[in-house]
Design a protein around this ligand. Sequence first.
Ligand SMILES: Cc1cc2nc3c(=O)[nH]c(=O)nc-3n(C[C@H](O)[C@H](O)[C@H](O)COP(=O)(O)OP(=O)(O)OC[C@H]3O[C@@H](n4cnc5c(N)ncnc54)[C@H](O)[C@@H]3O)c2cc1C
Length: 389
Amino acid sequence: MKLDGLDYLDLSSHLKENEIMVQQSTREFVNNEILPIIDKHFENGTFPDNLTSKIADMGFFGITLPKEDGYGGMNNIIYGLVCQEIERGDSGIRSFISVQNSLVMFPIHAFGSDVQKQKWLPLLANGESIGSFGLTEPDHGSDPGSMDTKAVKGDGGYILNGAKMWITNGSIADVSIDWAKTEDGVVRGFLIEKEMEGLTAPEMKHKWSLRASITSELIFQDVYVPEENLLPGVEGLKGPLACLSQARYGIGWGAVGSAMAVYEASVKYAKDRKQFGKPIGSFQLVQEKLVWMLTEITKGQLLAYHTGKNKDAGTVTVQQISMLKRNNTWMARECAKLAREIHGANGISGEYPIMRHLMNMESVYTYEGTFDMHTLILGEDITGIPSFR
Ligand SMILES: Cc1cc2nc3c(=O)[nH]c(=O)nc-3n(C[C@H](O)[C@H](O)[C@H](O)COP(=O)(O)OP(=O)(O)OC[C@H]3O[C@@H](n4cnc5c(N)ncnc54)[C@H](O)[C@@H]3O)c2cc1C
């Protein structure tokens, strides 16, 4: 069996049959359900919420959680291939799936109480409930350890005050895993439910990137959170960072999908578009751009695949995941820029998918740790010297 689409180094020959089958069915899902509607949603700045139940039916929510608990039980290569294919459609939809899996279901499964697991995981898996993850604040992005949101112990629970910003799915979330500092300065995770008094979640408008994804503020004004909504299994910044490692892994694969989409569109365009009486693909400068894209995409696939193998073996390091996220989002952003050039004026038109991917990639390059922050994480790993704290 072969992977569908770009597979220059024959990665298929290293994959198991079920891994290729999930890739193929995800590709069909994207072709049938996402590509026909995504440009309209991107242009209008709306999230295609009718996709939620279809994504749940595909089994993408909770895809790597254990089979014995009733979830997907799939390995990390399959999860990666799903992210790749979905982002071949659109980064906003992949972000939606990443948040639900890596930033909401993962922490509840890994750090939640039995009651929290029983209450939320089935609803999140079948798409009846949507989740979000609030770490970033108006004044604290790359440095979440300095967060201002406070959780003060009250009668049978905590009183939360503060604000989060740039929160994917925030306004549509039934439950949000939000991080706040207790009076002793320790970061803790809380399950904030949408009907809790004092919580408001206005959508952030005027975004020119990830337009088919909802991004919100979360404002906590004396929100009373009962003790049973505290995530019991983790304390400190390592809680949110563990979630981010999961999500960054999926982003590293997803970026490959975005790059594949703009590369494939560019090859087609280079063969179709004629100037000076010849296809532009006959010009050496255009061929060089295509070769650069293909080579970098292929290297990105290998990086993603090998990181996935390490993750499945339980040996992956956070620094390896940083390398994957850093390289592949950079690679996809560069591919989108080159694809824009190859498409000439058409590259800025909504008739082609290029500008949508290019604009999306600006967020993907920045969120979950900017390119530069991942550089510094790797710099510390190489030298043993932290440069940013
Ligand atoms: C569309 C979108 C969706 C998002 N979804 C979520 C979400 O669901 N949940 C969530 O919690 N967050 C989310 N984020 C927030 C995202 O994770 C942050 O934007 C990101 O971590 C960067 O933080 P910042 O924007 O505050 O930039 P800053 O931290 O202010 O950084 C600004 C610039 O300074 C650089 N910089 C900062 N510190 C250093 C340093 N020590 N050395 C060198 N350079 C430095 C950065 O690399 C960057 O270039 C989302 C963001 C976007 C755009």
